[in-house]
Write a protein that binds this ligand. Structure first.
Ligand code: ATP
Length: 294
């Protein structure tokens, strides 16, 4: 049987002293999937990612990443995993090309530095000193260093924090390209639009406040596609239009009928017509808020 999972987690638990950061967490990420981990500050996203990367010991549970328990990470396994770190500023005096070439030496089968710089949109900046890059360009260099080893699995922890909208769009294109080429991606983000733009599935991690008989701690509230999370696909649709007496708003389970009736009533175009379902952000905030998140 072909195991199509890049990541499989069962019953993950992580405590810091008496503080339960993550509890009872299951997670499956398929090979080739882009999976976004969402959740409010302190929900445990970084903890989970660092356990998966093999940089943080866990308290309990089973973790399999590319067929290996990250607790027993080997050099060979590390070479198959890409991690996009926040730039350390350590290589400011080297050129961009030199930094990428330097990192390539750590891997058995690296991609070519020139190809990687082109992939992240830094082909023109190869001769620039790393210290002269803008914030967005620096982040692209971070991604270049994350993918130079040609990883099967890429971890991206809040990759576009601080980006302007244009840089974010360009960065998304870059990540989509990696995803389309078959790289499995685990992304954490606070931008719901980012999760929607990139992820095949999202998982919401949150501290719910314990139910009776349950302990407190970050847990997975739901895993779904961005389109169906929290019942989004079946949520009531809001139909609005400019009626003679002002804006009319109707909430309905049958938007097609409402719009057809309106079109008949107006004999064609309905003025100012909008038909909207809740955004992913609205669904997410409702999920987190409705469940007692402080
Ligand atoms: P953010 O969105 O703010 O990055 P997060 O979801 O990544 O948050 P974590 O950084 O994983 O959350 O933290 C989860 C919980 O564990 C928090 O309550 C945090 O204070 C606690 N925590 C994290 N690291 C440590 C540590 N080294 N020692 C003690 N507590 C920690």
């Amino acid at each position: 049987m072909i195991d199509d999972h890049a990541i499989r987690v069962r019953g993950l638990r992580k405590t810091y002293g008496s503080h339960v950061a993550v509890t009872d967490l299951d997670l499956d990420v398929r090979r080739g999937e882009c999976f976004a981990l969402l959740g409010p500050n302190g929900a445990g996203k970084t903890t989970v990612v660092e356990v998966l990367e093999g940089y943080r010991p866990r308290t309990a549970g089973e973790v399999d990443v590319l067929g290996v328990d990250p607790r027993r990470a080997t050099r060979q396994w590390r070479a198959r995993v890409g991690i996009v770190l926040q730039g350390t500023g350590e290589f400011e005096a080297l050129t961009v090309h030199e930094v990428v070439r330097h990192f390539a030496m750590y891997y058995p089968a690296p991609r070519s530095p020139g190809e990687v710089l082109a992939a992240v949109g830094l082909a023109e900046k190869g001769r620039a000193r790393a210290g002269t890059l803008s914030g967005g360009q620096r982040r692209r260099l971070d991604v270049a260093l994350g993918i130079i080893g040609n990883p099967e699995l890429l971890f991206l922890d809040e990759p576009t924090t601080g980006f302007d909208p244009e840089a974010r769009q360009e960065f998304w294109e870059l990540i989509r390209g990696l995803s389309a080429a078959g790289t499995t991606i685990l992304l954490t983000t606070h931008y719901l639009a980012e999760a929607e733009a990139l992820a095949h599935r999202v998982g919401v991690l949150a501290r719910l406040g314990p139910a009776p008989g349950q302990e407190d701690g970050g847990r997975m509230v739901e895993v779904a596609s961005p389109a169906t999370l929290g019942g989004r696909d079946t949520a009531e649709t809001v139909v609005a239009w400019d009626a003679p007496g002002g804006r009319e708003v109707v909430r309905t389970d049958a938007p097609t009928k409402v719009v057809t009736d309106l079109a008949a009533q107006y004999g064609g175009e309905v003025p100012g017509l909008t038909v909207t379902r809740p955004t992913l952000e609205e669904i997410y905030l409702n999920m987190i808020g409705a469940r007692g998140e402080p």
